[in-house]
Design a protein around this ligand. Sequence first.
Ligand code: HEC
Length: 119
Amino acid sequence: MRHFVVGALATILLPMAAHAEGDIVAGEKAFAPCKACHAFGKNGVGPNLTGVVGRKSASEEGYNYSAAMKSSGITWDEANLHEWLKNPKAKVPGTKMIFAGYPDDKKIDDLIAYLATKK
Ligand code: HEC
């Protein structure tokens, strides 16, 4: 019997480099209310959010988007996500996402930094 020592611990250490725009740990906390409707890897009340940063709006297969979202033509880059999470109804009038929005810009940046880790 041989014991193989794998350096797995090193790979699960948290990345130490500070993120330029947002704090991922704070962003995970800011994601708490989103969990009522969103998951990573599957659709729920809201669409799957894995890989959402940089994705085209209304492009998640098997999810039944509103007509408003389908015709929105947005690419979810950081700027568009920021506007969306600040005020969903202003960004996509007629959306069926029931979320008032976060007034706090820092919180939104943290949240986007967290979303960007879900690839
Ligand atoms: C009450 C349920 C609910 C909550 C809470 C909610 N969402 Fe949503 N979300 C939805 C629904 C429903 C849609 C689809 C909207 C449409 O088709 O108009 C959506 C769409 C989205 C989209 C667009 C995805 C795509 O594929 O185009 C993003 C991004 C998103 N939500 C992020 C968030 C984040 C981040 C939060 C937390 C701050 C959040 N949502 C909170 C229900 C919710």
